[in-house]
Design a protein around this ligand. Structure first.
Ligand code: HEC
Length: 350
């Protein structure tokens, strides 16, 4: 399942032919796995340019954020053996750490992951506790109470938490289906299975994005006639292959249903680095709805796409032919490689 389904629902099929067909970089074939793997050689070939030859994090490559040193242990994105392997297979969304799942074979990944672990002090790797929920090979959706994500914020008694196999976790407020946080690492610790308010959940990943205070009350959609905001309310979630769909109702100020829509959660691969992508589509079912203005820097990208770069680290795309749809990319800027990956994802069929 891809963005295509949403586009078709948005009546934007004609946009598709407007794109030139980009010949994306061919996915390299997995390397053969010779017997007797040399983990250090694999490390030198694939990792040292960023993480340094000794693993001290001082590679030659210039990065917008430094690669980690492996010498001290202390993994931010999960300190279980599985979590370290996952970082290597899927990369770390929102950072320059690339995904190696397509370039290295499974035993090469295990070998190189064990190698970087061995560079750290003993005791770096722990066993996950029994109450830890682990996302395996399909996304997982959990509802429950989440702690406040910043000082002064309230606990979120009704949260919808979506975990992906690559270690990304999205936390939504169930009440209005607003995205509150994105985290990276292990998924959730579900400490209380029988609590009256539902399960109390402890997020285990590191925060990579959070809603600003202003955007916490932002509504994407409004009644086109009156300009009044429409609140989203989660109806159900659906896991389709690698992607997650959140179906919602649109509720007007009087509390009545005005229409509905979907939010689609997925990832764009940009030079092997996964970038979280959310597409939001609404429909007024008879009455017209409008998309609210976004704060940020607006520009006209090629091929009938308007792009807004928001102050809180999102690139929002609007397509001319899909007036009720907005696509958020969790990236700091609209770059040529992001644009190429985005074009390609619009054309990709199921
Ligand atoms: C293009 C540069 C680059 C390359 C190549 C690269 N990494 Fe990384 N890697 C990073 C960056 C940057 C981070 C840190 C992300 C952060 O902490 O914000 C990182 C983080 C990691 C982490 C997660 C550490 C944590 O805190 O949990 C692991 C594990 C890792 N890299 C392993 C590898 C291995 C193994 C290879 C080679 C197969 C490799 N990396 C190649 C840039 C790179």
């Amino acid at each position: 399942m891809t963005l295509q389904r949403l586009l078709l629902a948005a009546g934007a099929a004609s946009v598709l032919v407007a794109f030139a067909t980009p010949e994306g970089p061919a996915t390299p074939a997995p390397l053969k796995t010779p017997d007797g793997l040399d983990a250090k050689a694999l490390y030198m070939e694939h990792c040292a340019s960023c993480h340094g030859e000794t693993g001290d994090g001082k590679g030659n490559e210039e990065l917008e954020r430094p690669a980690r040193s492996f010498l001290l242990g202390g993994y931010s994105y999960g300190n279980t053996q599985n979590a370290v392997r996952r970082s290597v297979i899927h990369g770390i969304p929102g950072t320059p750490m690339p995904a190696f799942g397509a370039t290295l074979g499974a035993d090469e990944i295990n070998a190189v992951a064990d190698y970087v672990i061995s560079l750290g002090p003993p005791g770096t790797i722990v066993q996950p506790g029994e109450s830890v929920l682990v996302v395996e090979d399909r996304p997982m959706v959990v509802k429950g109470m989440m702690p406040a994500h910043e000082q002064g914020a309230f606990r979120e008694p009704r949260s919808l938490v979506v975990g992906f196999p690559n270690g990304t976790t999205f936390q939504f407020r169930a009440e209005d289906s607003r995205l509150l946080t994105v985290r990276q690492g292990e998924f959730l610790d579900r400490r209380d299975w029988g609590g009256r308010g539902g399960a109390e959940l402890q997020p285990l990943g590191s925060l990579t994005w959070k809603a600003s205070r202003a955007s916490r009350d932002f509504t994407e959609f409004s009644d086109a006639k009156t300009g009044k905001g429409l609140r989203r309310k989660v109806k159900r979630t659906e896991i389709k292959g690698d992607d997650v769909w959140i179906h919602f109702d649109l509720i007007d100020g009087a509390g009545d249903r005005f229409g509905g829509g979907q939010e689609f959660l997925s990832f764009l691969m940009v030079n092997d680095v996964p970038v979280p992508m959310r597409a939001i589509l609404g429909s007024g079912e008879g009455r017209a709805i409008a998309l609210s203005e976004l704060p940020g820097k607006k520009s006209r990208a090629s091929n009938s796409i308007d792009v807004t770069t928001t102050p809180n680290g999102l690139v929002a795309c609007a397509l001319d032919d899909a007036p009720n749809m907005r696509i958020y990319l969790h990236a700091p800027a609209w770059t040529p490689s992001l644009a190429a990956a985005f074009d390609a994802s619009l054309q990709k069929k199921d």
